[in-house]
Each structure stands twice: as C-alpha cells, then as structure tokens.
Design a protein around this ligand. Structure first.
Ligand SMILES: Cc1ncc(COP(=O)(O)O)c(C=O)c1O
Length: 499
C-alpha cells in the first residue's frame, strides 16, 4: 500500500529543522566572552551566520540511521564490484586500531616513543617485500595512483642520474591497463604509447618489440589485468624491456589473485605497487583512506622517498639514507598510518599460508562463477581467469534487449550490488557492454550459488519481460535515476540554504 504521508525520519534535515531545536544545550558561559571579529582580525568572516539545520538528537539519529540503511555495504550483502576487491574486512582490524597506543600516537612524538610504530612499519615493509619478491618497499603513497606516481618518479630519477632523463620520454601501456596508468604516466611528464592487446587480452610480444626504442623509459603493465587475465609471458616482456635499457612497472593492485603464489620480482619486475585497500583488507570506497606502497628492485632503492623506517643497532629510526638521490617526500609523515596498521593486523592473522590461500580462493571463486554462468552470459575470454571474470551483455542486448546497465540495476532488486559495468571499455570487449564480476575469496559457496541463480533469473527476465529489467530497480527508495542528466545537469543546492 502506498501512502502520501511524509515520514519525518525520511526527510532532509533542513526540512525537519525548527528554529531553536538543539541536540545539546551548553552550560552558561563561565569564562569571559570573546568578540570573534577582534580575536580573528583580518580573517574573512561570514557576513551572515551559516544556515544550518536545527534539530533534536532523536531527529538526527533517525535521519542518519535511515540514510545508513539505504546504503549498500559489504557487511550487509554481496558486493562483486569488479576491479575493486570489495572483500570483507574483519572487524578486529578496527578494534585493534582503536587501541589508545594507536589512536593517541602523534607523528611528532620523539622517536624513542615511536619505537613500536616504526617496528610495525619495518615489519609490514618486509612482508610486502616478501610477497613482491623485491628488496625495498616504501609505505608512503596514500593510494594506488599515488604509488604509480611514486614509482614513475623513482624510474625518472634513476634515468636522470644515468644521464638518460631527457631521452627516455615514453611509457608503453597495454590497452587493458587500469585507467590510472596512462593518467599517471602523463602526470609524471612521460608520453604514453598504447600497446594493443591480443584477442585473448595478453601482450603481443612482436608488437611490444616494435614499440620498445631507445626513448622508452618503462612499460606499465596491470597484472593480473583488468580483463582478469594473468599475463603468461612476463619474463619475456621483462627481457625485451631490459635489453633496451628500459624498466618494467607492474600495477599490482590486483595482487589479490596471485599473492603468495607468484612473486613479481622473480619475473623481472623493477617496480610495483600494492593497493592495501584492495588486497590487505583496508576498507575503501567513498575515496579512501587507502595506501599504495611500492616495492622496487635494488638499483632503484636509493631513489625511494623518505623518511624510511629502519632498524639500527640503537633501535628503530626514521631515516633519510640517500639525501642526494631520494625523490623527496610524497606524503606527510609516514603515509596513511591507520591503513598500514590495518594491513599489518590482517597480514599477521593470515600468515604466509593464509596469504597464499587468499590468492588461490579469490581465483577459484571467479572461475567457479565463470563456469556456472557459461552459456547464460557471453564471456569475453572464456579461459581460466584470475580474480575476476568479464561477462558481457552480447546475448541480452541484441535486438534492443536489456543492456549491461539494465542487468546491473536489476541485481539491486535481488540484494546484490551491481558488478562493474562498461569497464573494460567496449573497445576491448568487442563493442559489448562489459560486466566485470570480482567475487573475492571471502564469499561462501552458498553466496556464490545465490548469485548464479539471480543472474540466471535475470537472463530469463531479459527474454520474457525485458521491460521489467529495463525499469529496474523496483525495490529501492529511489528508482531508476537519469544518470546522464544527473551528471550533466546536477541540481546541487538546497532551497533553504540559498534562501
Ligand atoms: C588495477 C588498479 N590499478 C590502480 C588503481 C588505482 O588505485 P587508487 O584508486 O587507490 O588510486 C586501482 C583501483 O582500484 C586498480 O584496480
């Protein structure tokens, strides 16, 4: 039954605001009153007070509880958002991070009082070094993209010292690399050269050989790729680059699939970054906070940013061992420290064996879905995949049937977060709308089976009742949004605020 009555708990706070309502009443002032204008001389003060909603505590709590329940989270439902590794983050990460030893620490404390923190960073670096097979790590970058930038700056500094900074101007990037790779290379001042992938998503070695020249600084390869494919010829790729004096950068944000199984350093990778907020259980979404440490080969270590946590005979210290060669600082203090602590807690629970099992199970789960949905949805590369599998809407969207977008919206009605759609781009998916599913290792077989049933049901609906799918979602507080209009003509104002 629908009703036209408006529930105050579902209104905007501005709509329920009443002058004078407060969550809290402060006691009368017991210190001398200060005139703000004279205390903050020269500051740009507002001419009029800001319009803020005035509400009681109960209105406020109901408002936010309602909003929180409209939100979709991995704690409530399956969230197979490809390329994002939305694995469940154990609550103990946050419980331990909330201990006063962490929450009350300040980066300006004397080094003697930071000993445990520096030791934690040294240990985390050594674990990431072991997983990467590369000897030196910096934890400073605050995101994957910043890790890429740091890695390329390190490569640039290396070539500058060799006197090749001006000649090595180009970075080769496969067309199925993550979108941040070309953006980073351009931001770091390199020219990008696109390497078209083979039909199966792997690197075309002959094409690569023809592109590698004396002006090549590096190749940036996302491995496993955004097509969920593990590159089978990394050793040959590394050789082609090294023979030409260039470097191999690996975007390791998808390490979830191969961690503990393959070490990029053993394959000839010179620099790689991790996304701790994908692989090592740091929550992500809504822009962070994350961490994108990089691991580098020995010849690149002198250029790493400082401060570097180190162990000396006297104890732990934050050092700048190569003041003349370091690229400098890339982040304030020691990086996103809370994220580093969570990754440390997670990895210490997993141990070596657990890290490997995560990689194996993430891969097994993606391949299980690939096998179960074969024939129901078109599969872009129907061969063993890594941590994610790319389906497309080729079977459903033909003759004007529902598209990847419609299918994704319909999943919401069954309590499943939509997978990533239209990425990889249609150019690498035969012009079809991609539906990239990354189940992660944390999901049970029962959840995966439910997903399979839902996807089969939606495929059937696409045939029997396409309009139902095209108008989805039907069970959410807000139904289908005009996404184009929302992006091109957003109405980002509140009538009361500008009144
Ligand atoms: C493969 C890959 N590379 C790079 C990035 C960029 O990482 P961030 O969003 O932390 O900058 C991502 C993000 O998910 C990614 O999946």
């Amino acid at each position: 039954m629908t009703t036209t009555l408006a529930n105050p708990a579902e209104k905007l706070l501005f709509e329920v605001s009443k002058p004078g309502r407060r969550c809290l009443r402060l006691p009368a002032l017991d210190v001398p009153k200060v005139d703000v204008k004279s205390a903050l001389k020269g500051a740009k003060l507002r001419a009029k007070p800001a319009v803020l909603p005035e509400v009681g505590e109960l209105d406020l709590v109901r408002h936010f509880k309602n909003l929180a329940q409209m939100n979709f989270s991995v704690d409530r439902n399956f969230y197979p958002l490809g390329s994002c590794t939305m694995k469940y983050n154990p609550k103990i990460n946050v419980t331990l991070l909330s201990l006063p030893g962490f929450t009350k620490a300040h980066p300006h404390l004397p080094e003697a009082d930071l000993q445990g923190h520096i030791e934690l960073m040294c240990t985390l670096e050594s674990w990431l070094s072991e997983v990467s097979g590369l000897p030196a790590v910096t934890l400073q970058p605050a995101a994957g993209a910043q890790g890429e930038m740091t890695g390329l700056m390190v490569i640039k500094a290396y070539f500058e010292e060799k006197g090749e900074g001006k000649t090595r101007r180009k970075v080769i990037i496969p067309d199925n690399a993550h979108g941040t790779n070309p953006a980073t290379a351009a931001l770091a001042g390199f020219e990008t050269v696109t390497l078209k992938g083979k039909a199966d998503g792997s690197v075309d070695l002959d094409l690569l050989k023809s592109l590698v020249r004396p002006d090549t600084a590096a190749m940036m390869i996302t491995n496993p790729s955004t097509l969920g494919i593990i590159e089978p010829r990394m050793v040959e790729i590394a050789k082609i680059l090294h023979d030409a004096g260039a470097q191999l950068y690996m975007d390791g944000a998808n390490m979830n699939a191969i961690q503990g199984v393959v070490r990029p350093g053993d394959l000839g990778v010179d620099v790689m970054h991790f996304n701790l907020h994908k692989t090592y259980s740091v929550p992500h979404g809504s822009g962070g906070p994350g961490a994108g440490p990089i691991a580098v080969a020995k010849h690149l270590e002198p250029y790493l940013p400082y401060p570097r946590p180190m162990k000396t005979e006297k104890g732990y210290t934050l050092a700048n061992p190569n003041p003349k060669r370091t690229i400098g600082k890339v982040r304030s203090f020691f990086g996103n420290y809370g994220a580093l602590v969570m990754a440390y807690i997670y990895m210490s629970q997993l141990g070596r064996e657990g890290v490997r099992r995560n990689g194996e199970n993430a891969t097994l789960n993606a391949n299980y879905l690939r096998a179960k949905l074969r024939g129901v949805y078109h599969i872009q590369n129907d061969k063993a995949c890594a941590h994610e599998v790319v389906f497309t809407d080729a079977f459903q969207h033909k003759d004007g049937g529902p598209s990847a977008l419609d299918i994704a919206k319909r999943m919401i009605d069954y309590g499943i977060h939509p997978m990533t759609i239209y990425f990889p781009l249609p150019a690498v998916t035969g012009g079809h709308g991609a539906m990239m599913v990354e189940p992660t290792e944390t999901e049970s077989k029962e959840t995966l089976d439910y997903f399979v049933e839902v996807m089969k049901k939606i495929a059937q609906e696409c045939k029997e009742n396409p309009d139902l799918v095209k108008a989805a979602p039907h069970t959410t507080p807000v139904s289908r949004v005009d996404e184009k209009k929302a992006t091109t003509n957003p109405q980002l104002y509140c009538a009361m605020c500008i009144a």
